[in-house]
Design a protein around this ligand. Structure first.
Ligand code: ATP
Length: 234
């Protein structure tokens, strides 16, 4: 397997209006890797993922995908190139049923039958609840729905933001087990997590993000330890 990064940010700067919040971010996501983006609130993790999904522009620096510079590509273009994102809060429509939520992803060119097949094979509980409103399901089931919608589009890169939010630890570990299976199937995954311990079992490397910069990359357990002792008062 190639170790050339599939997705790479080099010296990326980005901001909101005149306020710069990413001050030269460097991240490399090799094929099939799970890179955990760790760090306290406000460090720039979500903004970094937004840049990678094309919903937030790069002011300067380079965003490369498969070695090609894709600065300025739209979210739709990046989705066609295989980038799929599950935003913080899951992006599930609570007033639509499971099936209708899957239908939304048919906009990417995949059929509802294919999406349902992927979803109900991997998560049989979603098949049982296909006519239930998504908002009436548990947080874990909603996260499974969000993952199903993403998987149905056959992504090469998955961007995940705070999957653990609002979920019980047991459910968090089930969800991350599934994310680990996806990585084993060859999907490359960049995952932002404040609850660093949740992602440790599956992360191949970690990047510590503070105040708009990646200040260290390396072994996930070592970075989690540094984070909890130095920055989160653990
Ligand atoms: P969190 O886990 O709290 O979401 P984070 O590490 O993901 O933190 P970001 O959400 O990327 O960090 O925020 C980085 C900085 O950008 C913060 O100072 C935040 O206040 C600022 N910021 C984020 N979104 C906006 C916005 N829409 N407008 C202005 N500033 C923003």
């Amino acid at each position: 397997m190639s170790t050339e990064p599939l997705l790479e940010l080099s010296g990326v700067r980005a901001g909101y209006g005149s306020i710069e919040v990413l001050h030269g971010v460097d991240i490399a996501l090799p094929p099939g890797a799970v890179v955990a983006l760790l760090g306290p609130n406000g460090g720039g993790k979500t903004t970094t993922l937004k840049v990678c999904s094309g919903i937030h522009p790069v002011s300067s620096g380079e965003f490369r995908l498969g070695g090609h510079v894709v600065n300025g590509a739209s979210a739709a273009e990046l989705a066609r190139l295989g980038i799929c994102s599950i935003p913080e809060g899951r992006g599930v429509f609570p007033n639509l049923t499971v099936r209708e939520n899957l239908w939304i992803a048919t906009g990417t060119g995949v059929s509802l039958a294919e999406l349902e097949d992927v979803a109900y094979t991997r998560f049989p509980i979603l098949g049982e609840r296909r006519t239930q409103l998504a908002g009436s399901m548990s947080g874990g089931e909603q996260q499974m729905l969000a993952l199903s919608r993403a998987l149905g589009t056959n992504p090469t890169v998955l961007l995940l933001d705070e999957l653990s939010m609002g979920l019980a630890p047991r459910i968090v570990s089930q969800i991350y087990d599934i994310v680990g299976e996806l990585a084993a199937e060859g999907v490359s995954i960049l995952v932002a997590e404040q609850f660093a311990r949740a992602v440790l079992p599956i992360a191949t490397s970690a990047a510590l993000m503070l105040q708009g910069r990646v200040v260290r990359t390396g072994d996930p357990a070592e970075i989690e330890e540094e984070l909890s002792t130095s920055y989160l008062g653990g």
